[in-house]
Write a protein that binds this ligand. Structure first.
Ligand code: GRF
Length: 222
């Protein structure tokens, strides 16, 4: 019997390079998923073009049209749910989400954050990593909970920081890794190897005590 296809909705606010990596992984048959829709809170962003080029419904829900966070999240939830996804993917979606919204997608919403969480939550992570003089940086995929850039970790990619790195060079190195580990994490979910219950991530029926790490193009044992 063919494995069932995982229906997903991807939320973006910008360039959508992670969206593109997910589209490519599906096309390359590395990920058994169907992107039912791409939703952006900003009109005119490149990610919407990428969705259209791939034949995926591209929707805009502009947060500037709303007076408050609750009413925006209410309509966003209704729009997402109209596509009946089993997993919601935050891919550079630059909005803080309300508790109701996050609770509604408990265990079925993933985010990618450009740092080795729990270090460097929030914005401008590359600059802050350079300023702190760290020799390692990375990116984390995690289930979304009500704490910003927190929630059970699924996988992290680790990269070196070189003495001559700039924000741009570091961002580039990190993005290359994002495009590998995000489709990988989603494929684990699609294959029903990955789940999350009561704030605990499970991979292959084992509670993830240590986060799997992608280093030098290899998955470290977990
Ligand atoms: C990525 O760096 C991701 O880690 C962060 O937002 C950025 C999105 O980039 N959450 P893109 O829109 O996927 O190119």
């Amino acid at each position: 019997m063919p494995a069932t296809v995982l229906p997903i909705v991807v939320l973006i606010s910008g360039s959508g390079s992670n969206l593109q990596a997910i589209i490519d992984a599906i096309n390359d048959q590395k990920l058994n998923a169907e992107i039912r829709a791409v939703i952006s809170n900003r009109p005119g962003v490149k990610g919407l073009e990428r969705a259209k080029a791939a034949g995926i419904p591209a929707k805009v829900l502009d947060h500037n049209d709303y007076d408050d966070r609750d009413s925006f999240d209410h309509d966003l939830k209704a729009l997402i749910d109209s596509f009946q996804p089993q997993l919601v993917i935050l891919a550079g979606f630059m909005r803080i989400l309300t508790k109701d919204f996050v609770d509604h997608y408990e265990g079925r919403m993933l985010n990618i954050h450009p740092s080795l969480l729990p270090d460097f939550t929030g914005l401008n992570t590359h600059r802050r990593v350079l300023e702190a003089g760290r020799n390692q940086h990375g990116v984390s995929v995690h289930f979304v909970t009500n704490e910003l850039d927190s929630g059970p970790l699924v996988i992290q990619a680790v990269v070196p920081v070189h003495s001559d790195d700039t924000v741009e060079s570091l961002a580039h190195r990190i993005q290359q890794q994002e495009h590998i580990i995000y489709p990988m994490a989603i494929s684990w979910f699609a294959e029903k190897r990955l789940s999350c219950k009561n704030n605990q991530a499970f991979l292959d029926n084992r509670a993830l005590k240590e986060t799997p790490r992608w280093i030098n193009n290899k998955l470290e044992t977990y």
